[in-house]
Ligand binder design. Structure first.
Ligand code: HEC
Length: 116
């Protein structure tokens, strides 16, 4: 798994390069978008995440978006990275957990409005 790399800004480009491209695209790509989620490039990830309803049934009932700009706690992307919350399997499936540094990078991106 990717290691801590200080000084990264919380941009979608960095999240794509350091997280999605490394730990997610093998299962979340155009040919095989697990859970209906394609994370194959920054543009595609944005379109599949921001203000998009989660496919997961429990998340859908709760009205959660995959990414809700300004609200990391209500963003299903962040819940899926925290094991034990209950909706489906924790991500990345079968792999080591994303380190807190990179979870924070995603939280900060969302908190600051999830800009493209
Ligand atoms: C080994 C395959 C695999 C890897 C690697 C993987 N995923 Fe998944 N992902 C799945 C499968 C299968 C589902 C659908 C079942 C479920 O929700 O548990 C899913 C579902 C999801 C969902 C829920 C989508 C929805 O709308 O319900 C999110 C968010 C997600 N993954 C994010 C990620 C992120 C971020 C990474 C990388 C850190 C990642 N996944 C890595 C297989 C994977």
């Amino acid at each position: 798994m990717v290691g801590a790399d200080a000084g990264l800004s919380a941009s979608l480009e960095n999240i794509q390069e350091y997280i999605f491209d490394v730990a997610c695209v093998q299962c979340h790509n155009e040919l095989n978008p697990s859970g209906g989620l394609d994370l194959s490039s920054a543009q595609v990830s944005y379109d599949n995440l921001v203000d998009v309803s989660a496919a997961n049934a429990v998340a859908g009932e709760n009205g959660w978006m995959r990414v809700k700009p300004g609200d990391a706690e209500l963003s299903f992307l962040i819940r899926k990275l925290a094991p034990g919350l209950g909706e489906g399997a924790p991500m990345p499936l079968g792999n080591q957990q994303i380190t807190p540094f990179y979870v924070d990078l995603m939280k900060n991106w969302i908190a600051s409005g999830a800009q493209r």
